[in-house]
Ligand binder design. Sequence first.
Ligand SMILES: [Zn+2]
Length: 88
Amino acid sequence: MPTLVKVQRGARVRKVCACGAVYFPRKSDVKRGWGKSCSKSCAAIKSNKETGKYERFKAREAAIEDGTYDPDNTACHAEGGGWDDHKF
Ligand SMILES: [Zn+2]
């Protein structure tokens, strides 16, 4: 019986995230500027530090809970995940 080997496409590099976790993004992804965080939530924290997007998102969530959020206010609809949110 041959041993089933899971093929890992692409070399991986060892990186340490801002949160302290060690992770192994693909070398080719790092080259593209991806793989900067260990997880999506870390990427969100990181991008919030850079853009403040998450703060605005949380403010809107709080407004929904308070009942002060106006869904007809289209200015709020422009915000949300960036087009490149899949790039951790
Ligand atoms: Zn992390």
